[in-house]
Write a protein that binds this ligand. Structure first.
Ligand SMILES: [Zn+2]
Length: 196
């Protein structure tokens, strides 16, 4: 059908989230139409992604030297607060509110309600190790109030209960079914401040 170099790239793009073979083919033909400089900019941006590492403590991506991200390295952050989020985009939303000075833990997703997917992506073991640390006094579960989010909140509460620490969740204000990453900064900020 297509020349093998085109076919190969279609296969690779088809693995992207929400991208099917038709969209993948459109991407490839878009790339074929790029000017030389544009194509070089893209390939160099992709190869630079290899410099990105995950923080050993919170699992946020970062590019600096060392093993910790800029948040975990910052001595001004309050180590007694640990905020659990599903994914990095939620962490960024909370950072944008400028209402939170504690540390984070990226859990890696939600607990599936219907699908029998494996929970391997989820960092339950890593979370327990982190939450057990004596400096952690309050654990804030900042998970989207969607159906899968609610299941995740219950799962996390059950997982963390034996640690006998203060566990809070976001207060009212976030609409049911809302996604943190789409909430406005003010709403999310007051949900954080109103945690209980
Ligand atoms: Zn970190």
């Amino acid at each position: 059908m297509y020349p093998s170099s085109i076919q190969k790239l279609i296969e690779l793009f088809s693995k992207f989230p929400t991208v099917g073979p038709r969209t993948a083919a459109r991407f490839v033909f878009y790339l074929l139409g790029l000017k030389k400089e544009e194509a070089e900019e893209l390939t160099s941006a992709i190869s630079k992604l290899r410099n990105v590492k995950l923080c050993k403590l919170c699992f946020k991506s970062f590019e600096d030297e060392g093993e910790l991200c800029e948040i975990c390295q910052n001595p001004a952050r309050d180590k007694s607060l640990l905020c659990i989020v599903e994914k990095e985009t939620d962490l960024i939303s909370i950072e944008k509110t400028k209402k939170y000075q504690g540390l984070f833990f990226i859990f890696g997703g939600t607990v599936p309600v219907l699908k029998k997917e494996d929970k391997k992506k989820l960092r339950a073991d890593e979370l327990l190790v982190r939450a057990k640390k004596p400096e952690v006094k309050e654990i804030i579960i900042a998970v989207n109030p969607t159906t899968e989010g609610e299941a995740t909140i219950l799962y996390l509460e059950r997982l963390l209960k034996p640690l006998n620490k203060k566990i809070t969740r976001l207060g009212r204000g976030l609409p049911i079914g809302a996604e943190l990453e789409y909430a406005d900064e003010e709403t999310l900020g007051s949900a954080l401040e109103g945690r209980k």
